[in-house]
Design a protein. Structure first.
Length: 271
């Protein structure tokens, strides 16, 4: 709508100038999604980390590492989206349409809920008592203060790292820029789509084509067509018996009578 029909974020840019209000709403959403401190995303991510650490098992610690890596990627991709869509010049975008207030203003209360929603369930180390969890009847776990603050610091470092990586890579990005092999490799998703295309989709299409053309069309349809052509040929031969000529019918009666007499003769002699 606002981008003039452009759907590729790498061809976007300059959206901040087109709609400053949308930028600030999106910026609030990006902070929540990345898990910036004191946002709802920060406390929900911190609760997940605390639940994993609280179990004390090696398996949970492995999941904590995976969750941390996922949080880092989430922060990086979120701020990358922010820089690509709202930064830059947007020279490749068409002339967009004005964003009506009916579409824009409902986003503000959602942004406020995302920013301030976590304050309703502050954990003990932030001066709260997880009141929302207690009110909902959920089980509230407690970790030592050192672990709580350590996890909070980990969350903060993940957000900052994701932001710095995105800022370093995409702050001055412009559409059509020549990328190195590693950025191109990462941008294409480790060539996962190409791998799936070669190992799964292409063999599947070849198998489907073989079943459709080789088995269904050639074998099954060919067999049915052979039966049909055979019956048609037999019909053409039998049609000769119905010629409409009396001489043919008399000849047929004579041959039939001859066969009957021959059969009677054989049975009489044999009896």
């Amino acid at each position: 709508h606002l981008a003039g029909g452009e759907n590729n974020i790498f061809n976007m840019g300059g959206m901040k100038r087109r709609s400053p209000y949308l930028f600030w709403v999106f910026f609030a959403a990006a902070l929540c999604l990345a898990g910036a401190p004191l946002t709802g995303g920060f406390f929900s991510k911190d609760a997940i980390f605390a639940a994993l650490v609280g179990t004390g098992s090696w398996y949970a610690l492995l999941l904590l590492g995976i969750a941390s890596y996922s949080a880092l990627l989430t922060a990086f991709y979120t701020f990358r989206l922010l820089y690509l869509v709202f930064g830059g010049s947007g020279q490749k975008m068409g002339k967009g349409h004005h964003l009506p207030n009916l579409m824009l203003w409902p986003l503000f209360p959602l942004a406020l809920i995302g920013l301030l929603g976590g304050l309703f369930n502050l954990p003990p180390n932030f001066g709260g008592g997880s009141r929302l969890s207690v009110w909902l009847g959920a089980e509230v776990g407690h970790l030592p203060a050192a672990q709580e603050w350590g996890l909070a610091l980990l969350s903060l470092l993940l957000v900052l790292s994701g932001w710095l990586l995105a800022r370093w890579r995409y702050r001055d990005y412009h559409a059509g820029a020549i990328e190195g092999r590693l950025p191109e490799f990462l941008r294409l998703g480790w060539y996962a789509d190409a791998l799936v295309e070669r190992l799964i989709l292409r063999p599947y299409r070849d198998l489907a084509r073989f079943c459709a053309d080789g088995i269904d069309r050639s074998a099954i349809d060919g067999a049915l067509e052979l039966v049909g052509h055979t019956l048609l040929a037999w019909g053409e031969e039998l049609r000769l018996l119905v010629s409409g000529r009396v001489s043919h019918y008399l000849g047929g009666v004579a041959w039939g009578l001859l066969l009957v007499l021959g059969w009677l003769l054989l049975t009489t002699v044999g009896g």
